[in-house]
Write a protein that binds this ligand. Structure first.
Ligand code: 0A1
Ligand code: ZN
Length: 850
């Protein structure tokens, strides 16, 4: 069991690093890393460096002389040079180690992906490359020489010199080791350049395998758009002569913001209309932006320690969300972000893995790259911006960049900047960073007809979370508007600042009782409990001026019907009727209508049932959702069919928001209509579609009907050699299959020779695909739990980080019935009993079962 680390134990490193030099001679099994680190003492104590068991240490010297054995101690994790062996003046520590990239299946440190040498050092991967103070508050300029016969040799910063078989790079900006990167391979680039706002020229490259070159152009366009946006929106300019992006197939996460050398999972770079969906394009654009934005929020200003991870991640997610809102549709983006937040973060916050955006303890930091740190971290910044206003936000960020450039900071530093720039006291606000759990906001309305006065009585409560039994009140910005019964807005958006456990807000001078449009724009990450009639919801769905609240009204109507149906009730005709109004309204953005048409997912319905104090039945939920879809289709067949025809996008494919929105509406209509036509439209769309978006929409509908045989065969014949498309082949089947078919289908797929399960994308496609099929994963016989647990047992020794992340599919187990709970527990206990279980997965399983 790994040791627990605590935020309160922080102490500064007792040395400053003036420069780090690396000389790396690459070989698949025996890469030699020679380091020279210039240290200067700033505190008391020995020199302690981090390094993994994978290092074969050949030599250790200080100022050129070997360190005497009596003063040198090496464990599996640290190297310590006693104080007595260290000079008083600045000194150079040098080491030569040998490492084995080919054996590195964990994909942390230096590894090989399809013949490309690449690195992943966040959070603590650099210690698998050489001995180093591997902590984010130790920052240094790096000078790196890469030696290899491979044609392209890259590292951070600017190229200094190169010759036959070597290249030297210099990164002048002090950085922590987690931002180090090195790449070598037979790569080709899409190249371009960018002129910064002060007129400097930057060379841009997106490096991919030669065969992928025709799919790298979109990433380059996204990079240029991001660079310009950061100048305009935040005044942030790029600070090196080159910016390189490299795509690799084997990657544990999405992408990594290494200084001047971003490394990406190839699925977040490569796109062509025939191989990538609209959602892929949008995601690629957002992640390219996210990693680029880290150059300021993460790299120039980094984190003091890993407890502060949301300092860079929450802010950078917030920035990439703003970017997508600007370059696409702000209304649609907000709804998408809230759907993701609820589906992942609320779920996390409601279960055994709940933790604050800034945790105060961890065993394995890689287990804290979570929806709470990222997505809730972003929501918290959104609230801050709402509270201080746009101008206050801009002033605060300017001060942040001014004051902390080149530093490793904390959440306290971040909040202090806002306090200093705006004069606001943020002591209570800080709870959003330190307290876990999603507050529940309850609204009771009191209407005084005589006085024309509406009083809103709000109360807030947050359920206990692991280690945090008591939850004091938080500041909650509640954006409200009032809509009259005939649909006019009688009060435009106003932000109420709730600071107490219970608080009243009054509205006078109202002629008649209005409908409250609550939590406009999703102004705070809370759940809402309020009584409302279906007619009032229908009024908001038809008339609310705030698109988020409008969508929410439709979503609530759907949810109420689904919950009722899962308990044997029937569809509320008010909902079916109100939906018709949305379908007929040609003034609405098709992407918005598509979101209204998308029914809540089965996991979300289960969460809602659990919130209402009942036990969700996965089979009943699946049937209810199917039945509602079928009823909506039957009720609106003509409208949907007209829409399906009207939304066809003619001409060449463009991934932009306009045409993508039309396709998403068209596919939403197809999903409903295929409940009636036996899959005829889906098959004909599959046959005629020229882009992957429509192909996948059609295919999902066919898989749901268990009629996808010919389409799947064709897909394989055409795209068998394309890993990213085949990942879709591996995920759509277990995910969309009728629940009873899903485990057999997944098991068969797992037997295929191209189920390369050591590749994280492929593993996540199939195993994650099955886990995303709610009724299949939670099958009453426990087969879903066993299937996933068996595969996690196999993956854990090979790639602990990816195995540990995937254990989160079990985090909702406490909400189900006793029989399912026992089966989930048994599956997790089998995993926990593995004699060689990794610390990563061990921590997760223990927390999930606690
Ligand atoms: N910082 C990256 C995400 C990332 C985190 C950890 C990794 O390995 C453990 C890899 C990437 C980002 O936010 O994009
Ligand atoms: Zn990030």
């Amino acid at each position: 069991m790994a040791e627990t680390r605590f935020l309160r134990d922080y102490s500064p490193y007792p040395f400053r690093v003036r420069e780090t030099r690396l000389d790396v001679t690459l070989a698949p099994q025996g890469t030699v890393v020679s380091s020279r680190i210039e240290f200067e003492r700033t505190g008391a104590g020995p020199l302690v460096l981090d390094g993994g068991t994978g290092l074969r240490t050949r030599s250790v010297t200080i100022d050129g002389a070997p360190v005497d054995a009596a003063h040198l101690a090496m464990t599996g994790e640290t190297l310590t040079v006693a104080e007595a062996a260290l000079p008083d003046r600045p000194f150079t520590f040098a080491a030569q180690v040998e490492i084995d990239p080919e054996a590195n299946t964990a994909l942390e440190g230096l590894y090989l992906s399809g013949g490309i040498f690449c690195t992943q050092c966040e959070a603590e991967g650099f210690r698998h490359i050489t001995w180093y103070p591997d902590r984010p508050d130790v920052m240094a300029a790096f000078r790196v020489t890469v030696r290899s016969d491979l044609p392209v040799l890259l590292s951070n910063g600017n190229p200094v010199a190169q010759g036959e078989g070597w290249a030297e790079w210099h990164d002048p900006w002090p950085k922590p080791a987690y931002l180090f990167a090195l790449v070598a391979g037979d790569l080709k680039a899409v190249s371009d350049s960018f002129t910064t706002m002060s007129g400097r020229n930057v060379a841009l490259n997106v490096w991919v395998r030669p065969a992928d070159l025709d799919r790298a152009g979109f990433a380059m366009e996204a990079l240029k758009t991001s660079m310009r946006w950061d100048e305009t929106a935040y005044g942030r300019e790029y600070d090196l002569d080159v910016f390189n992006i490299v795509a690799v197939d084997d990657f544990n996460m999405g992408a990594m913001e290494n200084k001047g050398l971003n490394i990406f999972n190839s699925k977040l770079v490569l796109a062509s209309p025939e191989t990538a969906t609209d959602a892929d394009y949008e995601r690629i654009e957002a992640v390219i932006a996210h990693e680029y934005f880290h150059n300021w929020t993460g790299n120039r200003i980094t984190c003091r320690d890993w407890f502060q991870l949301c300092l860079k991640e929450g802010l950078t997610v917030f920035r990439d969300q703003q970017f997508t809102a600007d370059v696409r549709s702000a209304a649609v983006k907000r709804i998408e972000d809230v759907v993701t937040l609820r589906g992942r973060q609320f779920r996390e916050d409601a279960g055994p893995l709940a933790h604050p955006p800034r945790p105060d303890r961890y065993e394995e930091i890689n287990n804290f790259y979570t929806a709470t740190v990222y997505e809730k971290g972003a929501e918290v910044i959104g609230m801050l911006k709402r509270l201080v206003g746009d101008e206050g936000y801009r002033k605060s960020l300017d001060l942040y960049f001014d004051r902390h450039d080149g530093q490793a900071c904390t959440i306290e530093d971040w909040l202090k900047v806002f306090e200093d720039a705006t004069g606001r006291d943020l002591a209570q606000f800080k709870r959003w960073y330190t307290d876990a759990g999603t507050p529940k906001l309850t609204l009771a309305e009191n209407w005084d007809d005589e006085a024309g006065r509406l009083t809103l009585r709000f109360s807030q409560a947050t359920a206990p979370t692991p280690g945090q039994p008591d939850k004091p009140a938080r500041v909650i910005p509640i954006a409200v508007g009032l809509i009259s019964q005939n649909g006019d807005e009688v009060l435009p958006t106003r932000v109420l600042e709730m600071t107490e456990t219970a608080q009243d807000f009054g509205f006078d001078g109202l002629g008649s009782r209005p409908v409250v449009s609550l939590l406009r724009g999703f102004s705070a990450p809370v759940t809402v409990d309020r009584k409302m009639t279906t007619v009032e919801r229908a009024i908001l769905l038809a008339h609310d001026t705030d698109s988020f609240a409008r969508w929410q009204a439709g979503h609530d109507l759907a949810m109420d019907s689904l919950v009722a149906m899962a308990r044997g009730g029937s569809v509320d005709p008010v909902f079916t009727h109100a939906l018709g109004g949305v379908l007929d309204d040609e003034s609405l953005d098709p992407a918005f209508v598509a979101l209204v048409l998308r029914l809540p997912g089965e996991d979300e319905i289960a969460a809602e049932i659990a919130t209402r104090g009942a036990t969700p039945d996965p089979d009943a939920i699946h049937q209810a959702r199917d039945a509602l879809a079928a009823e909506l289709a039957a009720e609106h067949e003509r409208g949907l069919s007209a829409l399906y025809d009207r939304m066809e996008v003619p001409g060449p494919y463009s991934p932009e928001a306009g045409p993508a929105g039309r396709r998403s509406l068209r596919l939403a209509a197809l999903g409903l209509l295929s409940r009636l036509d036996g899959g005829a439209r889906a098959q004909s769309l599959w046959d005629s579609a020229l882009n992957m978006t429509e192909k996948m929409g059609a295919l999902a509908a066919l898989v749901r009907l268990d009629r996808a045989g010919p389409a799947l065969a064709e897909m394989e014949a055409r795209f068998g050699g394309n890993r990213l498309v085949m990942d879709k082949f591996f995920s759509v089947q277990p995910m969309a299959a009728p629940p009873a078919r899903a485990v057999p289908v997944a098991s068969e797929l797992a037997e295929r020779p191209d189920f390369d399960w050591k590749n994280p994308n492929r593993f996540r496609s199939l195993i994650g695909g099955l886990a995303a099929n709610h009724a299949a994963f939670h099958a009453g016989d426990g087969s879903g739990y066993d299937f996933v647990a068996d595969w996690l047992m196999r993956l854990d020794p090979v790639n602990p980080q990816t195995a540990a992340r995937m254990t989160t599919v079990f985090e909702t187990w406490p909400r189900y019935d006793a029989d399912r709970r026992a089966k989930a527990r048994a599956a997790l206990e089998r995993l926990a009993a593995l004699p060689s279980l990794s610390g990563n997965t061990g921590e997760m399983v223990r927390r999930i079962l606690a």
